[in-house]
Write a protein of this length. Structure first.
Length: 397
């Protein structure tokens, strides 16, 4: 029983890390340690939008249309699509949509990170201030580039905007996803930014060309965005969060459709943690708080999985009567409480909050399913092959 207490305690401690990091952030802000952004004389940075696309004929047109509607000087940005080992009409649609298209045929090196590395070798970056990576299944807000420009100068750092859900009204799953996206993008990540922590790189990540010139593109795992986040942070590169640079991605609307995506995300995070943890801990460029936050981001599950895991462990502790069960249940509940606070705040900013709240009726079942998916994802550790997420056409209007 004592050994079981230790195992559950270790799991509870791991699940509590994001809460500890947030409390440290709040303490730092309260004590006057709020991060101050350095604002330079306003110029419109020159941006290169890279759109890696593998068989994305269903969605590439809407992505390029959104980039074409940016409220940003047209002479200050370019759009390049990387048609990566495509067997459909992606390349033709990219050209028809007004983008420059690089067609890559390297079946032995499939995948987004290899496509990006290849494209960066083909393109001259000297005329640009930053490279922005936009997935083909996303659309950007008209003010996206202006939001990034507000963080100028961009050459020597990375910038991450807000990630939202493109199709929140499809069903209960996508409505919950929209709430969780707002919880992260409107509340959790801005807290990190205010405390001077790096925010994770995700969809629509913007990387300064001076950073790429010095460090290159070295992220090739199935969790390349997490890998890049850790590599840049460990090298002392700032990753700044901006609220009004918004990009929206299509959320899987069925459990079958989302299974491969969730497995890849989980396996990618854990693979990066396993491989780069020693370098993180050794880095002298990072504060103890930043190291803790990196580990919390890579090891911490999403809200649904956290709820499922904490519930399973808490019920198990109570039923088995393990020593210190009360303390364990309190620690497990504290981690869930953090997610509940963020979700409640996010519900308040939903366009239809009551409808979004009703979607959470399926949360217990969804949490159990997600916990099973997380366990299944362990088979993909170490960059095992993954199945591409199935796409669907966006709803009219």
């Amino acid at each position: 029983m004592f050994l079981l207490t230790l195992l559950i305690g270790a799991a509870a401690a791991a699940l509590l890390l994001p809460t500890v990091s947030d409390l440290l952030s709040l303490a730092r802000i309260a004590l006057g340690g709020r991060h101050q952004r350095v604002v330079a004389a306003r110029t419109d940075p020159r941006l290169l939008f890279l759109v890696p696309a593998h068989d994305e004929e269903l969605l590439i047109e809407s992505c390029l249309a959104s980039l074409g509607q940016l409220r940003y000087p047209r002479t200050r940005f370019d759009v390049v699509v990387i048609a990566d080992n495509c067997t459909d009409q992606t390349a033709a649609l990219a050209v028809a949509g007004g983008a420059r298209c690089l067609e890559r045929t390297q079946p032995e090196l499939r995948g987004k990170p290899h496509a990006i590395a290849w494209a960066l070798e083909q393109l001259g970056l000297a005329e640009y201030d930053a490279v922005v990576i936009v997935d083909a299944d996303t659309v950007v807000d008209p003010e996206f580039a202006t939001g990034l420009a507000a963080a100028a100068p961009l050459n020597g750092k990375a910038v991450q905007g807000y990630n939202g859900v493109l199709n929140p009204e499809d069903n209960a799953i996508t409505r919950m996803a929209a709430v969780f996206a707002d919880a992260k993008g409107r509340f959790a990540h801005p807290l990190k930014a205010r405390a001077g922590l790096n925010v994770p790189l995700r969809l629509g990540g913007c990387i300064g060309t001076s950073v790429l010139a010095e460090h290159g593109w070295n992220a090739f795992s199935i969790g390349e965005d997490w890998e890049l986040y850790v590599l840049l942070t460990s090298s002392g590169i700032q990753i700044e969060g901006v609220d009004n640079a918004r990009v929206y991605a299509q959320e899987a609307r069925s459990l079958r459709q989302s299974a491969s995506q969730r497995k890849r995300w989980t396996a990618g995070k854990l693979t990066v943690l396993w491989r780069l943890l020693p370098a993180m801990l050794r880095s002298r460029r990072l504060s103890a708080h930043q190291k803790l936050d990196l580990i919390a981001e890579l090891s911490g599950p999403g809200p649904a999985v956290h709820l499922g895991a904490a519930s399973f462990l808490a019920v198990g502790s109570a039923l088995l009567g393990v020593p210190g069960a009360g303390t364990l249940i309190f620690a497990l509940g504290a981690g869930v409480f953090r997610h509940a606070c963020y979700a409640f705040a996010a519900l308040l900013v939903q366009p239809r909050p009551w409808r979004a709240m009703l979607a959470f009726a399926v949360l217990p079942f969804y949490a159990a399913w997600r916990l099973g998916i997380e366990i299944a994802a362990l088979r993909m550790l170490g960059d095992k092959p993954w199945v591409r997420t199935e796409r669907h056409r966006p709803a009219p209007g």
